[in-house]
Structures are given as C-alpha cells and as structure tokens.
Ligand binder design. Structure first.
Ligand code: THU
Length: 158
C-alpha cells in the first residue's frame, strides 16, 4: 500500500492593486461584469472575464431562473460566450469574482470541470484569477491546478 497526495499550489496577492497592470484590466472587467448578472433569487452576483489569444475580452455573468436548477454560472456563460465569439479560440486567462466578497470567490465543481475541458481542448494552459470585491487575489497557473484528477474523455469507454 502506498499513500499518495496531490499538491495544490497558487500565488496569493494581497489585493487587486498589486496585480500586474496587464492582468488588472481583466480583473476590472470581471468586476464590472457582475453588473450583468441576473440573480434575484440568491442576490449573489458573479462576473467573469476572459482574455482570448486574439486580445479580445469575453464576459460572463450568472443568470438565474424561478426554476432554480436552471441557473447558469458566470464561468459557464463566459466559456459559452467565447465559443460563440470564435470556436476554438484559446482562452489565455480567466478572472472570476463576486460582488460583496472580502475573499476570493470559489468556483463550483461543475464550473471547474467546464474550465478544465476547455483547457484540455485548447491544448494550452489557462491562467485563473479568483478574487472578491476586496481582499486577496489568488492566481492559479492552470484550470487543472484547481481541479486535480478531473473526469475527462479518457474516462469514457467510447
Ligand atoms: N455561481 C456562479 O456563477 N459561479 C460559481 O462558480 C458558483 C455559483 C452562481 C450561481 C447562482 O446564480 C449563484 O452564484 C448562487 O449559487
């Protein structure tokens, strides 16, 4: 028997002001995208902004529904919007935030799964920045860094 472990590593910045200017712009876009959120049931407003390889910035925001399970997360909306913009374009960086938080937002498992498959499909690492309205910013060098051992196409018997 052998004991195994997975190391999860990321870089922590004290606040948004300490992020390099090149990326801070993207963080600001994600924060602004929270205003596009439709979240009358949870009042939890999530925004995402992705920089694509052609330099464009694609936004996403959560969208809820009176039939609760139909709600769409900001990250999924951002990935889907990027595909509608240009299929297969590489997503280089994604920044994700939520209004009112004093700590980094933590994407749900299904959004992590969506981001990992996008990353695998593009064959290039996607940097991920997580933050709140105030406080720390966390930087992961890839989507898989925050979802180790993802379920993926290699698990399917097809
Ligand atoms: N939400 C996101 O948009 N992304 C996540 O990763 C977690 C949750 C949204 C879904 C719902 O509209 C609200 O936050 C509360 O769960």
């Amino acid at each position: 028997m052998e004991k195994k472990s997975i190391i999860c590593s990321w870089t922590e910045y004290p606040d948004r002001g300490t992020i390099p200017a090149r990326v801070r712009e993207l963080l600001d876009a994600a924060a602004a995208a929270c205003d596009n959120s439709y979240a009358p049931y949870s009042n939890f407003y999530v925004g995402a902004a992705a920089r694509m390889e052609d330099g464009s910035i694609i936004l996403g925001a959560n969208m809820e529904n009176a039939s609760y399970p139909l709600c769409i997360c900001a990250e999924k909306s951002c990935v889907s919007n990027s595909e509608s913009y240009k299929k297969g374009l590489v997503m280089e960086i994604i920044a994700i935030t939520a209004k009112g938080l004093d700590h980094p937002v933590s994407p749900c498992g299904s959004c992590r799964q969506i981001l990992v498959e996008k990353e695998q499909r593009q064959g290039k690492k996607m940097e991920v920045y997580l933050f709140g309205e105030t406080g720390l910013v966390w930087h992961f060098h890839s989507a898989e860094a925050f979802l180790p051992m993802p379920f993926d196409s290699s698990d399917l018997n097809t």
